[in-house]
Design a protein around this ligand. Structure first.
Ligand SMILES: NC(=O)c1ccc[n+]([C@@H]2O[C@H](COP(=O)([O-])OP(=O)(O)OC[C@H]3O[C@@H](n4cnc5c(N)ncnc54)[C@H](OP(=O)(O)O)[C@@H]3O)[C@@H](O)[C@H]2O)c1
Length: 261
């Protein structure tokens, strides 16, 4: 993914939450099942890899979801024995269903699905110049992908005593202050993803389903000048995956605080 020139929305990712005081009171929660299991999509690099690394450090067994087998295996190997590669292309329903089948052979439940995989397509810089192909590819990966993954992994998640779905979104998708023109298709896909979160939370009352913005993070997508490290970007995602109260659901968060849609 090339380094983007327009940074306004990512800059907003970093600053918006500071203006929000709607923090969620932490509550204690205990997992009934002994082995905690998570699947992180797009975990071969960037924020997804760091989320997987932090979850294993917290005692999770983590499946490294990646579309590129070589990169996925290398990432799992880098983390160690508690990480396992799982091939998954989130833009492809067949691939997602195959991955769900494979996972069901390996484990008897899934506690957390982190829908992290995401893209910004080349040339996504003007809404009136957006091609249907650019729009469809972005929406398929960033919004439909997480929905299809939720559908496919829901039976395994339902076997957890405290199932969670964490959708990695962006404050670029917030409608609160209107758009600023930066990466419009990407921003629309994240607005849609937030809609998916809200609908899933309503449909799955026993699950915790939330959207989270990592802030503007130094990755291939975020670029080298972003103010946040991957460790900082992963923090709020890992908190939602592992430590947030189970009754926190249907929300959009950044830095462990609820922010407006
Ligand atoms: N970086 C930021 O500042 C920032 C800010 C707000 C939100 N986010 C969100 O955070 C998430 C992670 O971003 P990042 O910065 O870590 O980006 P990144 O370094 O570009 O990593 C993106 C990951 O998603 C994977 N991916 C893309 N399409 C996929 C597909 N169809 N199937 C499976 N995996 C796919 C990539 O795999 P390949 O290696 O195979 O391409 C890669 O592992 C994204 O959802 C992004 O929108 C990032």
């Amino acid at each position: 993914m090339p380094v983007r020139l327009g940074r306004t929305a990512f800059a907003r990712d970093d600053t918006r939450a500071r203006h929000c005081d709607c923090s969620f009171a932490a509550q204690n929660f205990t997992m009934a099942k002994s082995e905690k299991i998570a699947l992180v999509t797009g975990a071969n690099k960037g924020i997804g890899f760091e989320v997987a690394r932090q979850l294993t450090a917290k005692g999770f067994r983590v499946f490294i979801g990646a579309r590129n087998e070589k990169a996925g295996r290398a990432a799992a190997q880098k983390i160690g024995a508690t990480a396992t590669f799982l091939k998954i292309d989130v833009s492809d329903r067949k691939s997602i269903q195959e991955a769900a089948k494979e996972l069901a052979k390996a484990v008897d439940h899934l506690d957390v699905l982190v829908n992290n995989a995401g893209i910004i397509v080349d040339g996504d810089d003007a809404i009136l110049k957006a091609t249907p192909e650019q729009f469809e590819e972005t929406m398929r990966t960033n919004a439909l992908g997480p929905l299809m993954a939720a559908e496919a992994f829901q039976p395994l998640l339902a076997k957890s005593s405290a199932p969670r779905i964490v959708n990695v979104s962006s404050s670029g998708g917030q409608l609160l202050d209107g758009a600023d023109g930066w990466s419009p298709i990407y921003c629309i896909s994240k607005t849609t993803l937030n809609g998916v979160t809200s609908q899933l939370a309503a449909a799955l009352p026993k699950f915790a389903v939330n959207s989270v913005c990592p802030g503007w993070v130094r990755t291939d997508m975020g670029g080298a000048t972003a103010p946040r490290s991957v460790e900082q970007g992963a923090d709020g995602i890992v908190w939602l995956a592992a430590d947030a109260p189970q009754n926190l659901t249907g929300k959009f968060l950044q830095d462990r605080k609820v922010i407006p849609w």
